[in-house]
Design a protein around this ligand. Structure first.
Ligand SMILES: Nc1ncnc2c1ncn2[C@@H]1O[C@H](COP(=O)(O)OP(=O)(O)OP(=O)(O)O)[C@@H](O)[C@H]1O
Length: 340
């Protein structure tokens, strides 16, 4: 078995004449947790459908465990499971829903015990829920039953598409714990599309940012939205609604995305005396979030209506100089902006 469970090269997905996903390269290691974040319509669900064999890419190479996707057997595909935001349950009891996958596989040994265990993983008991029909469940319970019906199969890959966005906080916590436990206990590779950025940053080995169907980067990333205007041959400008502007080198082709590493953004408390060669902009500090893994503090900034992130080493904020609500100055070099 390869260490890489997925390898994608130049994968595109189009619907009619519209290309909605264009992934140049993506590798996923076995047993890793990969998060996918991005605005609505950026292609997260489409990518998860390709990775779980629900759809075939329009073009490009998708390898699963070293094999081209088209050659992956039905038995192997069944070890890959997708949980959607709105769970689909069979019009049967909770027990039947959770047991269904095992029955289809003709694997009926200790059925009740295994259904009970799978339900326990998501905080439900067989005694209380086993005989309940599908319609007598809250949204959070239904989502947990749907997850249990996948966990009982001990999937090799579990893809979760916005698994917690329409459930309450208690159900969300149970879903998050059960998914991570599957990875820790069985080595299940987790692919998670979510707007829960804080959770992904906490548990994922890498968080991939999708913007307009393309991978804008892995880790905390800024995409500067534009629109960009040419100012001579060497400079492109984005004009903000408050009169400020951002200047960068021109893109290599139209349609490229401007990406700015948050570690390349400096935050200053006062207006700098000289702005020569750098972008200096007034911003409002909205949030500060400590990252346990990197020991950094991520500052969320509002810049005339669009948000930007900057990383502060934790020690730098010892004197609480930066507090949410304050006006600050941010600085970054034009060359810090990459085009992808
Ligand atoms: N079957 C389809 N036919 C046509 N267009 C589609 C189809 N599926 C997705 N799209 C389009 O592809 C783009 C990406 O959609 P996708 O659902 O993958 O985005 P997403 O990042 O998951 O969005 P959200 O966060 O809103 O769930 C959207 O513009 C969507 O309208």
């Amino acid at each position: 078995m390869t260490a890489e469970v997925y390898r994608l090269r130049n994968v595109e997905q189009s619907y009619g004449a519209r290309t909605v996903l264009r992934i140049d390269a993506l590798d996923v290691q076995r047993g890793s947790i990969v998060g996918f974040v991005g605005p609505n319509g950026s292609g997260k669900s489409t990518l998860l459908r390709l990775l779980t064999f629900m759809e075939k890419p329009s073009s490009g190479d998708l390898f699963f465990e070293g094999l081209p996707a088209a050659q992956v057997s039905e038995a192997v595909r069944r070890r890959v499971s997708l949980l959607l935001q709105d769970p689909y349950l069979l019009k049967r009891t909770v027990f039947d829903n959770v047991a269904y996958g095992l029955k289809v596989r003709n694997d009926r040994a200790d059925l009740s015990k295994r259904v009970g265990e799978a339900l326990n993983w998501v905080g439900l008991s067989l005694d209380d829920f086993g005989r309940r029909p599908w319609y007598a469940l809250s949204g959070g319970e239904a989502q947990r039953v749907a997850l249990a019906s996948r966990l009982i199969l001990r999937p090799e890959v579990l893809a979760l598409d916005e698994p917690t966005s329409s459930v309450d906080a208690a159900s969300a916590a149970l879903i998050r714990e059960a998914a991570v436990r599957a990875r820790n206990q069985w080595g299940t590779t987790l692919l998670i599309a979510s707007h829960d950025w804080a959770w992904l940053e906490d548990v994922a080995d890498g968080v991939a940012h999708l913007v307009e169907g393309r991978l804008a980067g892995v880790g905390i990333t800024n995409v500067i939205p534009g629109p960009w205007e040419r100012e001579g041959a060497e400079v492109c400008v984005m004009r903000l609604s408050d009169g400020q502007s951002i200047r960068v080198a021109p893109p290599p082709h139209s349609g490229a995305l401007a990406v700015l590493d948050p570690r390349a953004v400096r935050i200053e408390r006062r207006r700098p005396e000289s702005a020569f060669g750098e972008n200096f902009l007034e911003a409002r500090l909205i949030s500060l979030q400590f990252q346990r893994k990197s020991l950094e503090v991520v500052a969320g900034l509002d810049l005339a209506g669009f948000s930007l992130k900057a990383c502060l080493p934790a020690a730098e904020n010892d004197d609480s100089a930066f507090r949410p609500g304050r006006t600050v100055w941010i600085a970054f070099a034009p060359q810090a902006v990459r085009w992808v």
